[in-house]
Design a protein around this ligand. Structure first.
Ligand code: NDP
Ligand code: GDR
Length: 371
């Protein structure tokens, strides 16, 4: 009998990679997706199976983290061995604009899952993974950050996730549930959402290199993040639920990089070096040399400015994680370093933007790339 998994947030970056990973392991995978007026399954379309074929292993269900009855009914029907609760309003900056919704979906949504499992008497059957986050550390208390570092959340998103973290711990202690937090540091990939900073950068750099865009705008260039590859991190989600005991785990690479250096590294993938001049909101980046004949942009051209509209009311300045516990107890090791990650994202975005270049030459314009 194959194991049964339910993934909330199946249409997101992690949900897509995790679906693929679990299907390869022979799981029957059920995903919760939201109803949308547009197709929202781009990331998982390659996994879709015709519902009329026999031995189907991948199923999608409509649902929402704000709807308890829907969650109870689905969990009752599916009776999952494992639930991966990845659904969330996951954009930190946007959470300042929709704080109440964020609390409902990200905080109370987690309670709804835990409570559904308990009400249905599945607390000894279903293991639960909660997508916790390095944003819990917020204002720097200690570096590097580990499972014992105190939390100091700095956004409505992080405060909602802090509730989710503790309610997961509480249900584990109160009802003996196998419920675990993965405290994951930033993880990115070619299918990262377009408004997170790494993907915004690799898309813009690809378009500038191909002559499709003149320049782009970012907020805080000094912020430091511990960026890993999503493929390494979803493997760890599964390992957490296979452990002997339910525990909480930090997953990180242990290296930290500024947003500015992520920009530099992305331009280097197309043979372009930058010079940064000015400070604070006056800071700008200019092309200082181009070594790849395929990507020739005039030296001295301004390609990046700071726009304060991307500043957050409260910022998380420095994240760097210590994943020793995961490495020592579960044997987790990342396969990708930051250079591999930037290369993977740049190669994918260049390929995608070349399609746009081709369409433009044919007289077609496609979509708006600015958020
Ligand atoms: P994404 O933003 O790519 O995906 C979020 C998913 O949640 C999407 O499928 C989205 O659906 C779904 N969703 C949002 N709101 C609801 C709701 N109310 N009901 C049901 N589904 C909903 O996030 P990631 O894949 O990057 O992250 C996965 C999880 O891990 C999130 O909880 C995030 O907060 C957390 N996390 C992420 C990290 C990262 O660096 N990526 C680091 C640490 C934690 P739709 O497609 O319809 O919008
Ligand atoms: P983060 O990711 O807030 O760490 O949350 P994001 O990529 O949005 O920001 C990282 C840092 O870059 C700075 N920044 C900008 N960010 C965005 N989005 N757009 C910009 O133009 C820009 N300019 C500078 C930000 O200020 C910030 O310091 C992500 C999400 O996936 C969360 O769900 C997850 O919990 C955490 O990672 C770990």
């Amino acid at each position: 009998m194959s194991k049964i998994a339910l993934i909330t947030g199946v249409t997101g970056q992690d949900g897509a990679y995790l679906s693929e990973f679990l299907l390869k392991k022979g799981y029957e995978v059920h995903g919760l997706k939201r109803r949308s007026s547009l197709f929202n399954t781009d990331r998982i379309d390659h996994l879709y199976e015709d519902p009329h074929v026999e031995n189907q292993q991948y199923f999608l269900h409509y649902g929402d983290m704000t709807d308890s009855t829907n969650l109870i009914r689905l969990i009752q029907e599916i009776r999952p061995d494992e639930i991966y609760n990845l659904a969330a309003m996951s954009h930190v900056h946007v959470s300042f604009q929709i704080p109440e919704y964020t609390a409902n979906a990200d905080g109370i949504g987690t309670l709804r899952i835990l409570e559904a499992v308990r009400l249905l008497g599945l607390e000894k059957h279903t293991r639960i993974y909660q997508a916790s986050t390095s944003e819990l550390y917020g204002k720097v208390q200690e570096v590097p950050q580990s499972e014992t570092t105190p939390f100091y959340p700095r956004s409505p998103y992080a405060v909602a996730k802090m509730y989710a973290y503790w309610i997961t711990v509480n249900y584990r202690e109160a009802y003996g549930m196998f419920a675990c937090n993965g405290i994951l540091f930033n993880h990115e990939s070619p299918i990262r959402g377009e408004t997170f900073v790494t993907r915004k950068i690799t898309r813009a750099v690809s378009r500038i290199a191909l002559g499709l865009q003149e320049k782009f705008y970012l907020g805080n260039l000094d912020a430091r993040r511990d960026w890993g590859h999503a493929k390494d991190y979803i493997r760890m989600m599964w390992m957490i639920l296979q452990a002997d005991e339910p525990e909480d785990w930090v997953i990180a690479t242990g290296t930290t990089t500024t947003v500015r250096d992520f920009v530099r590294m992305s331009f280097r993938e197309v043979g372009i070096e930058l010079e940064f001049r000015g400070e604070g909101v006056e800071e700008k980046a200019y092309i200082s040399s181009c070594s790849d004949p395929d990507y020739q942009i005039p030296v001295g051209k301004e390609v990046l400015s700071v726009d304060p509209k991307y500043f957050r009311p409260t910022e998380v300045d420095l994240l760097i994680g210590d994943a020793s516990k995961a490495k020592n107890k579960l044997g987790w090791e990342p396969h990708f370093n930051l250079e591999d990650l930037v290369r993977d994202m740049m190669q994918s975005d260049l390929k995608f933007m070349k399609k746009e270049q081709y369409l433009r030459k044919g007289g077609y314009t496609i979509m708006n790339y600015f958020e």
